[in-house]
Ligand binder design. Structure first.
Ligand code: SF4
Length: 435
C-alpha cells in the first residue's frame, strides 16, 4: 500500500480488495442522522458510489467503489451537512456508538455520545494512537455492547446534580476477544472526559503500535492499570459539558412516550432510492431524524402527535418492514470478500444461504457473520455467530472457506465455538438443526 493511502486512513479511507477502488467511512455519533444529512449521502452515493450505501455494525456509513480523485469532493459534500470521516479508520477515537436507541434513556446517552465525538475527533492529542480506540455510550445494558469498547459508558441514573455512568474498560473482539472490565460505577458526567483522556494517554504511552488497549490490560493486569490511572488522572478534576438547552435531536422516548419503528435492511445494504424514502419517513413522522442501529437497521423514534399506523404503512410501502425473508432474521453481516481486502468469502451470499436453511427456531435468534477472524460484525455478541476462520486448498489452486459456528447462552459474556472448520454444506446442515 502506498504511504499516501496509508496516511488517508485517518481520513476514513480504506483500500478495497478491487484495485484502485476505495471505501470511505463517515462517523454518525450515537447513530443519529438528520434527513438532510441522509439526502446528501444519497446524492454522493449516486454520483460516486454506484448508488449504494453500507451501514456498519457501529452505526457508521460506508461508501464503496470510490475513485481516489473523488475522495476530496465526497468529503467536502459530507462536511457541508456536518458529517466527518476524520478518525473513522486508523489509530484514532472512532465513531462514538449508542446501540440502545429503543431504551428509555437514549435521549440522555445520544447527547453525551455527540459531545464525546466533538471532543475527541480531529484533536491531535487523541490521534496517532497505537490502533483504533472505540467509545460507546449506552442507555442500558441490553445487547452487552459495553463489553466490546475500549471505554464503554452505561447510563446509571441521575444523582440529582446530573447524569452518572458506569465505566467499562479495555474490551474488544477480533482474534483475541476480551470482555471489558468494570472500572468504576456511577461516575458523574463531569468526570468522564478527564477519565477517558487519562485512559487514552496511558494507552498511547504504554502500548506497542498495532495493539488495542486490551493488549496492555493482558500485559499489566487491571490492578496495575488502575494504579497508573490514579497517577495519571486528577480524580477531583471536573470538565463539565453544560447545556444551555436540551440537546437531544430525536423525539423523546420513555415510558408512555411515542412509539418506535424500525426499517429492516439486509446486511446493512441500502440504495439511495430507499434511503430517500426513509428521509421522508423521518421528516413526516420522526422530527426529521433517524437512528442508525448497531444491527445495521434504521430506527425512528416517532413524534407523539403522529399516527403510528401511518408510519408503519410508509415503512411497508418502502419494502422495509421486515416481512421479506432476507430481512426477517436479525443478521449482522460484514462486507467480507465482496469488498473487504481481509475477507475470506462472500458473506452476503453465505448469510442468504444460512437464512434459507434456518428452521422456525433458528429464525428467532440474532445472527452475525464475519468474513475473517477480525469479527467486525460482532459474531460473539449474537445468539448464533459465524466466523470464516481460514481457507484451505493446494498452493496456487482454488481455496475454499472454513466456518466456525458460535452460540451464546444466557449469562455468557461472549459466544463460544460449538463447531470449527465446517465446509459450507456442513455449516448449512448445522444451522438447519438449530431448534
Ligand atoms: S470481519 Fe474481516 S472481512 Fe469482515 S469487514 Fe472486518 S476485516 Fe473485513
Amino acid at each position: 500500500m502506498s504511504s499516501h493511502i496509508q496516511k488517508m486512513r485517518i481520513e476514513g479511507v480504506y483500500e478495497q480488495r478491487q484495485p484502485d477502488t476505495y471505501m470511505l467511512r463517515a462517523k454518525v455519533p450515537g447513530g443519529v442522522l438528520s434527513a438532510e444529512q441522509a439526502l446528501k449521502v444519497c446524492e454522493i452515493a449516486e454520483r460516486f458510489a454506484g448508488g449504494g450505501i453500507h451501514l456498519t455494525s457501529r452505526a457508521s456509513i460506508e461508501l464503496h467503489w470510490l475513485k481516489v480523485e473523488d475522495l476530496a469532493e465526497v468529503m467536502r459534500m459530507l462536511a457541508a451537512v456536518g458529517l466527518t470521516t476524520r478518525g473513522a479508520c486508523g489509530g484514532a477515537v472512532r465513531g462514538v456508538v449508542c446501540s440502545t436507541p429503543f431504551a428509555d434513556d437514549f435521549p440522555t446517552a445520544q447527547v453525551l455520545a455527540r459531545k464525546l465525538h466533538h471532543h475527541f475527533t480531529h484533536n491531535p492529542h487523541f490521534e496517532n494512537l497505537p490502533k483504533k480506540f472505540k467509545l460507546g455510550v449506552e442507555a442500558g445494558y441490553d445487547g452487552s455492547r459495553h463489553l466490546i469498547q475500549d471505554v464503554g459508558l452505561v447510563y446509571a441514573g441521575n444523582d440529582g446534580e446530573g447524569a452518572c455512568y458506569d465505566v467499562w474498560v479495555a474490551g474488544g473482539l477480533g482474534r483475541e476477544p476480551q470482555p471489558a472490565f468494570s472500572l468504576e460505577r456511577r461516575v458523574p458526567e463531569g468526570h468522564i472526559v478527564p477519565l477517558i483522556e487519562g485512559i487514552i494517554r496511558i494507552y498511547r504511552r504504554h502500548t506497542p503500535a498495532g495493539k488495542r488497549l486490551k493488549h496492555l490490560l493482558r500485559e499489566i493486569g487491571s490492578a496495575e492499570f488502575i494504579r497508573r490511572l490514579e497517577e495519571e488522572v486528577d480524580r477531583d478534576a471536573v470538565l463539565p459539558l453544560p447545556d444551555g438547552f436540551d440537546k437531544r435531536l430525536t423525539p423523546l422516548v420513555g415510558s408512555g412516550r411515542p412509539e418506535r419503528i424500525e426499517a429492516h435492511l439486509f446486511a446493512g445494504e441500502l440504495e439511495a432510492g430507499r434511503l430517500r424514502r426513509l428521509c421522508n419517513i423521518a421528516a413526516q413522522f420522526a422530527g426529521g431524524f433517524m437512528v442508525l442501529t448497531c444491527d445495521q437497521n434504521v430506527a425512528f423514534l416517532l413524534d407523539e402527535r403522529v399516527n403510528i399506523g401511518e408510519a408503519e404503512a410508509a415503512l411497508a410501502a418502502a419494502g422495509l418492514d421486515g416481512t421479506e425473508q432476507a430481512t426477517r432474521v436479525n443478521f449482522r453481516v460484514c462486507p467480507g470478500s465482496h469488498e473487504c481486502r481481509m475477507g475470506l468469502c462472500p458473506t452476503r451470499d453465505v448469510s442468504r444461504s444460512v437464512i434459507e436453511a434456518l428452521g422456525p427456531q433458528g429464525e428467532t435468534l440474532t445472527w452475525a457473520i464475519s468474513g475473517c477472524p477480525n469479527s467486525c460484525s460482532q459474531p460473539q455478541l449474537a445468539q448464533a455467530g459465524i466466523i470464516i476462520s481460514k481457507t484451505v486448498g493446494e498452493p496456487g489452486g482454488e481455496r475454499t472457506p472454513r466456518f466456525d459456528l458460535y452460540r451464546r447462552e444466557g449469562g455468557e459474556a461472549f459466544a463460544t465455538a460449538v463447531h470449527q472448520g465446517l465446509t459450507l454444506d456442513e455449516l448449512l446442515q448445522a444451522v438447519a438443526k438449530i431448534g
